[in-house]
Ligand binder design. Structure first.
Ligand code: GRF
Length: 199
């Protein structure tokens, strides 16, 4: 069985959706470890309540390189096949990315390459786009930049606030993230340039 390592910093709803997919048998994988860089992350509580191995590795005050080395050690000791960033609010070092090439996924709440970085939903609203959405993509050392596995669109409606748009996009995040993980774990894909080509 393929082993997932989940990295999160907060609410953990994408992690919950992944855990639900595993529990429902939609995703043939096991959650080997949940790691948070913040002790107060709700995602950490959910992981413990659901009986998954969960640890906090606090990042505050640590140089990025030192922190990422701790992460690498923990993930390797858990023998993970795929790392899923689920609201993990840190940029990973090149060293970390080199350790796990094409084995790190992220979910981002916009149709990349539009609106990378923080507050993507607010950026979309302020830009005035009529359609936004979410992107499940491989992670490299650049922000929200790696090859795209799946995307889903969400309409921007008149009267939307960052909160209402975020909620509409989040539903799609929960749906496509598990599906992207399933595709990547299944194999039978390759990277051509920037494109993820599934056979
Ligand atoms: C999501 O919007 C995700 O796209 C972004 O961070 C948020 C995490 O939410 N990367 P949650 O912690 O999964 O509820």
């Amino acid at each position: 069985m393929k082993r997932l390592g989940i990295l999160l910093s907060g609410r953990g709803s994408n992690f919950e959706a992944i855990a639900d997919s595993v529990a429902a048998g939609r995703l043939d994988a096991e959650i080997a470890i949940v790691i948070s860089n913040r002790r107060e992350a709700r995602g950490l509580e959910i992981a413990r309540a659901r009986g998954f191995p969960a640890v906090c590795i606090p990042s505050k005050g640590l140089p990025r390189e030192d922190y990422d080395r701790q992460l690498i050690a923990e993930l390797k000791s858990r023998d993970v096949d795929l790392i899923c960033l689920a609201g993990f609010m840190r940029l990973l070092t090149a060293e970390f990315c080199r350790e796990f090439p094409m084995r790190i996924l992220n979910i981002h709440p916009s149709l990349l390459p539009a609106f990378p970085g923080l507050d993507a939903q607010k950026q979309a609203l302020e830009h005035g786009v009529k359609i936004s959405g979410c992107t499940a993509h491989f992670v490299d050392e650049h922000l929200d930049a790696g090859p795209i596995v799946l995307q889903a669109a969400a309409a921007v409606l008149a009267g939307d606030t960052a909160e209402t748009l975020s909620a509409r996009i989040l539903k799609e995040e929960h749906r496509i993230y598990s599906e992207a993980i399933r595709i990547v774990l299944a194999g039978g894909w390759r990277i051509e340039g920037r494109r993820v080509v599934v056979d």
